[in-house]
Design a protein around this ligand. Structure first.
Ligand SMILES: [Zn+2]
Length: 351
């Protein structure tokens, strides 16, 4: 806490002293590409449920305004990477990426991006795009959070022994994890899992039909993906089922399936990849290369440079916890010197 306050005070002082502009316009910054990573832009209250995964639409607007004000060169991902390795980046280069492709991108992010004129890449996971149900593992956690005021609940029919405690984040996440594990153990298909979510909602007193109708925690449907692709949004690979199996055959199958489904919606040719949940292992690199992947992004914090491994590109994950000043410090480059490097929290587990 004190560390964070000190860092913020230091940033304010540095900004006041002109260091932000100095670093932003430096040769050092010019050799670097900031790949920004966003997940969700809240349709309702998702940013209060998972502040590290969701931001408010207002926060996105402020971020885009900062990019405009700092005269950032917001480039399409492919162009940005090509110029990074040719050492030909314009000053203050940024690329915008959004993981998963949830409906809130269509509803909240895309109109705001359009207004700003900034290009963006969406790493789309295709299984839930076709299923058109809330992502099971996420919606279980979200509903337990929604029901947090009841304190505890009898969820034995969902594989939880004893009363499930809902009054702390830790116990809710543990309960959600148990439910997901219990469902996974039964080898159910997506609609059966959605039935479980429906029953869980009923037990918790949540209107699941209303939640579904608002498309909360759902991935964009193929029609929406197509519409945005026509409008210029770049869609790239994120595996079909948001998972990276440790078997080469299954891992490559995930990419092929993801690519095949994307090809059927918007045409093929996708060669950029994002590791689901930011989770990567050295074994994956040759498998990705064998599938013709030319770039892969992680959720590790940092700038990409011409020395970065193309299949392990760091990003800056934006979260509700990041202040505008901290965000601006990263855009200009100052953040690199002051912030802690850390791996981002996981997006959602495979299911
Ligand atoms: Zn993801």
């Amino acid at each position: 806490m004190i560390k964070r306050q000190l860092r913020r005070a230091a940033l304010a002082t540095l900004k006041g002293g002109g260091a932000f502009g100095l670093i932003r316009d430096s040769a050092w910054r010019r050799r670097r590409l900031l790949i920004l990573c966003f997940h969700g832009v809240a349709l309702d209250d998702e940013d209060q449920w998972r502040p590290y995964l969701y931001i408010s639409p207002q926060q996105l607007e402020r971020r885009l305004e900062i990019l405009r004000r700092e005269n950032c060169a917001v480039l399409p991902l492919a162009e940005a990477l090509e110029r990074l390795y040719k050492r030909d980046l314009p000053p203050c280069s940024v690329a915008l990426t959004f993981d998963d492709g949830q409906y809130d991108f269509y509803r909240q992010a895309s109109p705001r991006l359009k207004q700003s004129g900034f290009p963006a890449t969406v790493y789309l996971t295709t299984y839930y795009s076709e299923l058109q149900r809330p992502i099971f593992s996420l919606v279980c956690s979200y509903m337990l959070w929604k029901a947090r005021h009841v304190g505890s609940a009898d969820l034995r029919e969902f594989g939880i022994q004893g009363m499930a405690k809902l009054d702390s984040q830790q116990s809710r996440e543990a309960a959600a994890g148990q439910i997901v594990q219990w469902a996974d153990g039964q080898d159910l298909h997506g609609q059966q899992k959605d039935q479980i979510a429906t029953s869980l909602a009923q037990r918790l007193g949540i209107d699941y039909d209303a939640l579904r109708a608002r498309r909360i925690l759902q991935v964009m449907n193929p029609q929406e993906v197509k519409e945005l692709a026509v409008a210029g949004v770049d869609f790239q690979l994120h595996t079909h089922r948001h998972r990276t199996p440790m078997s080469e055959e299954l891992f490559r199958q995930e990419i092929r399936e993801n690519r095949r489904r994307l090809a059927s919606i918007i045409g093929g040719g996708q060669t950029h990849f994002c590791y689901p949940s930011g989770a990567y292992r050295p074994e994956f690199l040759p498998w990705l290369a064998a599938e013709g992947i030319v770039s892969a992004v992680t959720c590790d914090t940092g700038f990409a440079t011409a020395e970065s491994n193309r299949l392990l590109l760091p990003r800056l994950v934006d979260t509700s916890a990041r202040t505008d000043l901290e965000f601006e410090s990263w855009v200009t480059g100052v953040g690199h010197f002051l912030s802690r490097r850390r791996r981002a929290k996981l997006a959602y587990s495979s299911d």
